[in-house]
Ligand binder design. Structure first.
Ligand code: ADP
Ligand code: MG
Length: 700
């Protein structure tokens, strides 16, 4: 790092952003590009050519030699195929060129990406199309152009396409509501997201000694260390120098890419940390979060570290999530989830708030399944992260306001009077009292909702697609109703009242980790408890869900079917790899280690017996017998797991396979882990074949 370290000087230096565009494009080209972006229209070719040529010149000046259409296929990571800018020139020379056609459209071979059956019915080829709402950037020596990825039949093969569609759906319905409140100057409503990203850092040398971390990103074995997170001395604690150096480097890389990395701190578990950016539009936030995860891993390597983004790298230690802070804002700068100062603003706020409540209640299953992965199944409901039951935390004050409206009773907090929407102002909601229920999956935090169920390794796209769509649907129903009302104020009041009454079962301010809550939620309130991915996924194709997503143009039915397949395929493959890794480690590392130590004890006992049997200690006899039992237990459990895995072959379709994983393979994995972890506590340290939890968690 240089002595003149001035962040504004290099912030976004690798991004072809507005400022760069303005300085590199002619005023006419710049203006028409901006118009196209704003209207979400297609670029015409002459405009595209002008933009491409300016982009190329800028990229080459900044060290790029290649370009790629950067997209987010359903594998969960980003994809890129590099082409160089090189074009032949007379005299055997080359020039660096990039055409509008290359900028606007690419044709990667779609057959190597998951399509969940869409490939069979449509052409193997797919195409990528530039999303000009997310800026191009340089990564390594490549100009990356954020794109959407579709099949030739127009089916989305990625996460960006439905995300953009869901933002559009919400925009359309929110504008209808705003017009009803006499708001004519707003032309666009965008959803904004600030995703807080949790992660673990472990030493790379140790990581390389563990096949489970290498193949699956999480530990599949490991006894509890003497010290875990019980002292809670890590959270917000001072950051160790090696970690600080990593964070500094990471921030610098992210800032160059125009990513607003803002906060960094230690998390609850040892070796766990968090990074939060400043929020941006959902589309950009999603792209940036994907990039952030990639850069986090890359920078870690430089520091001899490995960044683990798995939701549950260590059993018995808190896992990692991603808090998806979400709000809706107008292009005139108003946050629609911010309580207002005037009676009308208040009524509008309460209507949007009620829409979110209705959306979350009616589409619980979609929100739950949007975060369903094999990794996240270990985290949700494990008393460290939100339960698998969705509920909303509003805080006492706002809850009291809603209750007063619903029951037409005086609101205690204010001047002891009944609230008439559109006439009375809301009592001021003090920010402090709205947050800090960490156990809630979906919490109102003053002017935004925080959806806390997203897994740390997952894209935030899926969660936001479902959230945007569900809220768009609620707003649509409200707009349909209110547009036909004879007396707007009266109907508004009634509508909010009715919806509070209909959906208040989803509101819960108590402790979400409490077992009694799950019981109450399911038995008394009829809320859904979907603990695993196969449980949750079965709801994607529920008639009500399909109808809603289709009606807002967010998905086509074929796309939903394909996504159902792909998500369960990902689940099944992930767990199968874990099971095979466990078998490999158990048979080739753990059993031999237990056997060696047992054999050395046996040899020592035989030697002693030769001299004098009385020399053999009780410890030797006992440990030797324990180790023999453990050998058999491990061997038996490994056989059990192997048999369960074999059943996958003939299990039938993907749904049947996923349930076999859940009902038989995962329990067999747990059964194998138990004796192995027990062996770790008995076998001498120098015999143990890989670094322990203690070493991994406290080794940096
Ligand atoms: P914490 O939740 O840790 O108290 P903050 O509430 O300050 O921290 O912010 C957490 C995240 O929420 C940050 O990424 C921040 O940019 C984002 N955020 C803040 N305001 C909004 C908003 N109106 N819409 C979406 N995200 C927001
Ligand atoms: Mg937060």
């Amino acid at each position: 790092m240089t002595t003149q370290y001035n962040v504004p000087d290099f912030f976004a230096c690798k991004v072809f952003d507005e400022q760069t565009m303005r300085s590199r494009l002619s005023p006419e080209v710049y203006q028409s590009l901006k118009r196209t972006i704003r209207r979400g229209a297609r670029l015409d070719l002459s405009l595209a050519n002008a933009v491409a040529s300016a982009m190329c010149a800028w990229a080459v000046e900044n060290g790029a030699t290649h370009f790629t259409h950067w997209f987010q296929p359903l594998t969960g990571i980003t994809a890129e195929k590099h082409d160089s800018f090189i074009n032949p020139a007379p005299g055997g020379r080359v020039i660096m060129e990039f055409s509008g056609k290359e900028l606007v459209r690419g044709e990667p071979d779609a057959s190597s990406f998951p399509s969940g059956g869409l490939r069979a019915t449509f052409e193997a080829r797919g195409y990528t199309a530039w999303d000009p709402t997310s800026f191009a950037f340089i990564k390594d020596k490549t100009l990356c152009i954020p794109t959407a990825f579709c099949s030739y039949g127009g089916e989305a093969l990625d996460k960006k396409t439905p995300l953009l569609r869901s933002m559009e759906a919400l925009n359309k319905q929110a504008l209808r509501i705003l017009r009803l409140f006499g708001n004519e100057d707003v032309t666009r409503v965008t959803t904004n997201v600030g995703p807080e990203q949790e992660y673990f850092l472990v030493d790379r040398e140790m990581y390389l000694q563990r096949k489970d971390l290498i193949y699956t990103g999480r530990t599949l074995f490991g006894a509890k260390p003497p010290k875990g997170q019980e002292l809670e001395d890590h959270y917000f604690g001072s950051i160790k120098p090696r970690v600080q150096a990593y964070m500094d480097d990471l921030n610098e890389e992210l800032w160059k890419l125009g990513i607003l990395a803002k906060t960094e701190h230690n998390e609850v578990a040892p070796a766990q940390h968090e990074l939060a950016p400043i929020y941006s539009s959902t589309n950009v936030a999603t792209d940036h979060n994907q990039l952030t995860m990639e850069i986090m891993k890359k920078v870690a390597r430089k520091h001899g570290l490995v960044c683990l983004l798995h939701e549950k790298p260590f059993a018995g230690v808190n896992g990692s999530g991603k808090h998806n802070n979400w709000s809706m804002a107008t292009d005139t700068g108003a946050n629609l989830l911010s309580p207002g100062g005037t009676p009308y603003e208040n009524a509008q706020f309460l209507l949007f708030l009620t829409a979110v409540i209705k959306a979350v209640d009616e589409y619980q299953s979609l929100l739950r399944l949007s975060v369903a992965t094999a990794g996240n199944d270990h985290r949700l409901g494990a008393n460290e992260a939100p339960p698998a039951v969705i509920s909303i935390f509003l805080g006492d004050e706002l809850s009291a306001v809603l209750e007063a409206i619903e029951t037409d009773s005086p609101y205690e907090g204010a001047a002891q009077k009944k609230m008439k929407l559109g006439v009375d102002a809301l009592p001021r909601i003090t920010q402090d009292t709205t947050d800090r229920n960490r156990t809630s999956p979906f919490a109102f935090t003053g002017n935004k909702f925080e959806f806390r169920m997203v897994g740390s390794g997952d894209s935030i796209a899926c969660a936001n697609i479902m959230l945007n769509s569900a809220v768009a649907e609620a707003l649509k129903q409200f707009a349909d109703d209110l547009e036909g009302a004879a007396d707007f104020d009266a109907r508004l009041h009634e509508l909010i009242k009715e919806n509070i009454a209909a959906h208040k079962r989803i509101l819960f301010n108590g402790n979400g980790y409490d077992d009694s809550w799950i019981k109450e939620a399911v038995e008394e309130r009829g809320l859904l408890n979907l603990p695993t991915t196969p449980d949750a996924m079965s709801h994607l194709l529920d008639e009500k869900n399909v109808e809603m997503l289709l009606s807002h143009g967010v998905f086509k039915e074929s796309e939903l079917r394909s996504r159902y397949e792909i998500q369960l395929e990902n689940y099944t493959r992930t767990v199968k790899i874990e099971a095979l890794t466990m078998l490999d480690m158990a048979k080739r590392e753990i059993l031999p280690a237990v056997e060696s130590y047992g054999a050395s004890l046996a040899r020592a006992m035989a030697d002693k017996t030769g001299i004098d049997p009385a020399l053999v200690s009780v410890y030797e006899k006992k440990a030797s017998a324990d180790l023999s039992h453990l050998l058999d237990a491990i061997d038996g459990a490994a056989d059990g797991l192997a048999q369960a895995v074999e059943k996958l072959e003939g299990a039938g379709d993907i749904t049947a396979q996923a349930f076999l994983i859940k009902d038989e393979i995962i329990p067999a994995m747990e059964a194998l882990r138990k004796p192995c972890d027990e062996a770790e506590t008995v076998v001498a340290q120098k015999y143990w074949p890989f670094p322990t939890y203690g070493e991994l968690l406290f080794g940096v």
